[in-house]
Design a protein around this ligand. Sequence first.
Ligand code: SF4
Length: 323
Amino acid sequence: MSTRVLIDHRGGGAQVLRHPEKAHRPDNPIQRKPAWIRVKAPTHPIYHQTRALMRENRLVTVCEEAACPNIGECWSQRHATMMIMGDTCTRACGFCNVRTGQPGALDADEPNRVADAVAKLGLKHVVITSVDRDDLPDGGAGHFAAVIGALRQAAPGTTIEVLTPDFLRKPGGAETIAAARPDVFNHNLETVPRLYPTIRPGARYYQSLRLLDRVKQLAPTIFTKSGMMVGLGEQRGEVMQVMDDLRIADVDFLTLGQYLQPTVKHAAVDRFVTPEEFAEYASLARAKGFLMVSATPLTRSSYHADADFAELRAAREARLMPA
Ligand code: SF4
């Protein structure tokens, strides 16, 4: 496991380290997963069709790059989450399996290829995410807007969710995204503020919160969404505090899932949170006023995002109905 995901095989048989900044860290042995985390190997024919379309359109997916455990289920329903602006991230988060390094130039044709793939997949709802692009003057906000524009043209019946970076030190990022009017704006806090120095060292907790708050202020009809991983060493009270912070930023939808360690060089799993604890977090979050909550061990930002979006819309309508 560790060798396979630590090394990339590039053109000409060259081998490159996927996470060079982590190469000299001591190994964290990977714990055996509990029974409630097991997933089935992908065998469905539609899984292979989805994969072929991603290759044909030369698209990168977070499903593959993050080694998501749900890929068999999602791709068998054509739900692939495309990751734009390349396959190389300028951050080096302690939890993330996306390769790190110096990314290449933006591909101006990528918005059209994303839109073409979404139209061919016939998706009701699509989630688009990206690597962090601290090297770009706008952090990639303009490219997100171009993808949203291309999607509106090619797949006008598809609702659009974007899961963006934090646009730290990129003034105007929130404004560009809000002006492009996605249906859902998602940005993950990932963990509690105390763990940022080790888990998300390039990010700032309050920048992420401010971004969510700003998009909601600029475009109140856009649903806002954020997520956290648990099992990284956070305390229950800290999770409650993050929920309160998100409600103050008027975030509509909270996702909570179990952190899974991608390689021996990544942060260790502190513990596997039980399904019962997830159910308790979900009911506490609902009591705090989120319109929608998804909290299960295998919840990821984009997991069941289409069905969740329909519920989210219905929840808002129900709340707006006169009593
Ligand atoms: S949960 Fe999201 S990232 Fe994982 S396979 Fe499904 S769509 Fe891809």
